[in-house]
Write a protein that binds this ligand. Structure first.
Ligand code: WQD
Length: 323
């Protein structure tokens, strides 16, 4: 298929583009390089530098006979979304409406959308399956859920078929070291640990050791980006074959604590990685773990590279190369 990856120069987008190329698809990228990087583009790809808020440019870029588009162009810092909802409304909501409308104008009827476990909010039970109530606790999660609902209407009214992939905590780097660009000003645990290991930060702040978890620190479901990427290929295949839309979790089904990751990173990097315990970060649940049963049943998808060792080793390799 001929595929446009919007946001394909970003951290997750570049892994997704790589996977589509590896699966024999033709891939072009549309990205404004605000958080993405040219280092993340591959020689086989066509590239348009453009913003999703620039509707004419977006529509032009989509006029090249694409069969599907993958949308990963979004602001994704949950904390920031609570102080700058206007940024998230514009970029995530308006930007996505532009993408869907341009796709419609250009006759692109299949969309794979990066949704988030943030759509669920505070867990009412674990593991979280797709039937779990969706009550986002932050504005970022609200934008993701709202986009899923808009896509649902376009499915009914315009025949667009979409897959909304609810990622849990995306982490890791390509095991073959083919993705070179690092995230700019990351806020997530594993890149913050790595920036501390290479001396870009003084210390890791551990947000709370008084949770009801095995070691008192927060437990999350970390899923390797290359596993996520395979999920996109499988989801596009599924919506194409079944002519139906799909909302599905992508998670490893394993809970890892902050200390699990910190200890593993110290061992693998051989660096001390200073850490200071500070109070809880507001809005952080104690544990979040996915059920990926639906992805397994429908897509035959399973996390393969999301074990602690691979997550930390591949990220360390990416950061130590850049030192
Ligand atoms: C993980 C754990 C922290 C940083 C966020 C978004 C969510 C999703 C994924 C996109 C928690 C602890 C973290 C640090 C720490 N994004 N931590 N020190 O909060 O689970 O999810 O990213 O869809 O929407 O909210 O991820 O990596 O920030 O935190 O102790 O400097 O690490 O408390 O337990 P989170 P995270």
């Amino acid at each position: 298929m001929k595929i446009l990856v919007v946001g394909g120069a970003g951290y997750i987008g570049s892994h997704v583009a790589r996977e589509f190329l590896d699966s024999g698809h033709q891939v072009d990228v549309y990205d404004n390089l605000s958080t993405g990087s040219r280092d993340n583009l591959f020689p086989e790809e066509g590239f348009t530098e453009g913003d999703i808020l620039d509707y004419p440019r977006l529509r032009d870029a989509m006029g090249l006979g694409y069969d599907a588009l993958i949308h990963l162009a979004a602001a994704k810092a949950a904390g920031e979304s609570m102080v700058k909802p206007e940024k998230y409304s514009l970029q995530n909501l308006n930007g996505t409406v532009n993408i869907i409308n341009a796709a419609l104008e250009r006759g692109i009827a299949r969309i794979v959308f990066s949704s988030s476990a943030a759509a669920y909010g505070e867990p009412k039970y674990l593991p979280i399956d797709e039937k779990h109530p969706t009550e986002p606790e932050n504005f970022y999660g609200f934008t993701k859920l709202e986009i899923e609902r808009i896509l649902g209407w376009y499915d009914r009214l315009k025949g667009i078929r979409y897959a909304a992939l609810r990622y849990f905590n995306a982490a890791g780097y390509d095991v073959r070291g083919r993705i070179a660009g690092l995230e700019k000003s990351p806020a997530n645990l594993i890149p913050v640990i790595m920036e501390t290991a290479v001396g870009m930060r003084q210390e890791l702040q551990v947000f709370g050791t008084d949770y009801q978890t095995k070691d008192g620190t927060g437990v999350r479901d970390y899923v390797h980006v290359s596993d996520l990427a395979r999920g996109h290929v499988a989801a596009l295949d599924w919506i194409s074959r079944n002519d139906k839309s799909l909302v599905v979790n992508l998670g490893s089904e394993e809970g890892l604590s902050v200390f699990d990751i910190l200890e593993c990173a110290r061992r693998i990097s051989g660096k001390p990685i200073p850490a200071k315990i500070v109070p809880r970060r507001p809005g952080d649940p104690a544990r979040l773990v996915a059920s990926s049963r639906l992805a397994r049943e429908l897509l035959g998808w399973e996390a393969r590279e999301s074990d602690l060792e691979t997550l930390v080793r591949t990220t360390w390799e990416a950061y130590s190369r850049k030192r």
